[in-house]
Design a protein around this ligand. Structure first.
Ligand code: NAG
Ligand code: NAG
Length: 328
């Protein structure tokens, strides 16, 4: 009997060790997993769940953001991104691009969509010539960097802040609409750090591709009927435009909640959070008294920007840890 209990306790401890070893954000990850259960003695009955969390505490926000990465609804509601995560787009993933001109891969930096309903929106062309729609397959594991929040919404409220900081080491509100400059400078930084794609959330998830030939092959070019969208007038009653709008919203709805966009495999152990008060202490006073959706990254100090960029470069240097089992 005794030995059974011993085995049970051992099993419990082993499971607990595995669970605690899954804390991806702890800088003391290795040290902690070797320590003999520092939290084991704590009495859970001491917890008072009615007690509000400590002023300035951000652990809850880190966990909430981690728990909603690559999910459309949570990142629509909390649109100002506070997380940057490296990841991989695995071999065999299919990506889509609506080309304007002809059946050739983009010669400049450009975007791909995760769904054809999304890329077709960008598929221009005259009624006579139609539009060219490209389908790509990833041929080598493609390293990407994901910016959470509504990170492709070019609005002045702060959705671009984390990208500004990576591209330009400062906030550039005057360039909020300057997507050409943004992709150019983000890609310059990305290629230097071994990253070929920047993942963002628009009406659905999309990837800025820094090099169209290094990690993917064209599977097909289709000459489609031009979608002929009336995009300048959102109240349009043009049935063609409404039909496309429905299609793209419908495809986005597949990623609305957990598990979200599963074809992009994030490396949670390399995640960078602007709610990390050790990494970004300058934002703590900026958040005092604010609701979560008023939290901004603007106002971060130059020292903290440098620290974030150093940490990011460091994280991108290590081999990616992309567990196939989802632990969240
Ligand atoms: C893009 O990738 C190709 C193939 O790997 C390589 O030859 C080329 O130099 C790359 N271009 C840039 C701008 O990095
Ligand atoms: C919360 O942060 C503000 C700004 O840094 C600081 O003045 C205040 O003392 C902090 N409050 C607590 C309870 O730590």
């Amino acid at each position: 009997m005794r030995s059974v209990r011993k085995v049970a306790v051992w099993l419990f401890l082993a499971v607990e060790r595995v669970l605690t070893a899954q804390i991806p954000l702890s800088p003391d990850y290795h040290k902690e997993s070797l320590d003999p259960y520092p939290y084991f003695e704590r009495d859970p009955r001491q917890w008072d769940l009615d007690e509000p969390h400590a002023v300035n505490a951000t652990g809850n926000l880190v966990l909430e953001t981690v728990n909603s990465l690559l999910q459309h609804w949570a990142n629509t509601r909390y649109r100002i991104g506070h997380t940057i995560v490296p990841g991989i787009v695995p071999v065999g993933t299919i990506l889509y691009h609506g080309a304007i001109s002809g059946s050739h891969i983009p010669t400049a930096l450009d975007w791909v969509a995760m769904e054809p309903e999304h890329s077709i929106v960008f598929c221009g062309g005259t009624v006579k010539l139609g539009c060219w729609h490209a389908t790509f397959a990833v041929t080598h594991p493609m390293k990407v960097l994901y910016f959470d929040g509504s990170s492709a919404a070019t609005i002045p409220e702060g959705t671009m802040d984390t990208q500004d900081l990576v591209a330009w080491s400062e906030m550039k509100p005057e360039w909020v609409d300057n997507e050409a400059r943004r992709i150019q400078d983000l890609c310059k930084w990305a290629l230097k750090n071994g990253v070929n794609g920047l993942v963002r959330m628009e009406i659905n998830f999309e990837i800025m591709i820094c090099n169209f030939t290094s990690h993917m092959d064209v599977i097909s070019f289709s000459n489609l009927d031009s979608p002929r969208l009336v995009v300048d007038n959102p109240t349009t009653e043009d049935p063609n435009t409404l039909h496309h709008a429905f299609e793209v919203l419908h495809s986005a709805s597949w990623r609305e909640n957990y598990p979200g966009e599963t074809r992009i495999i994030l490396d949670y152990s390399a995640l960078i959070s602007f709610y990390d008060t050790d990494l970004v202490p300058s934002l703590v006073p900026r958040r005092v008294g604010l609701e979560r959706w008023d939290h901004r990254v603007a106002g971060i100090s130059p020292e903290d920007i440098e620290r974030v960029k150093d940490r990011l470069a460091q994280m991108l240097e290590r081999p990616a840890v992309t567990a196939s089992a989802a632990w969240m």
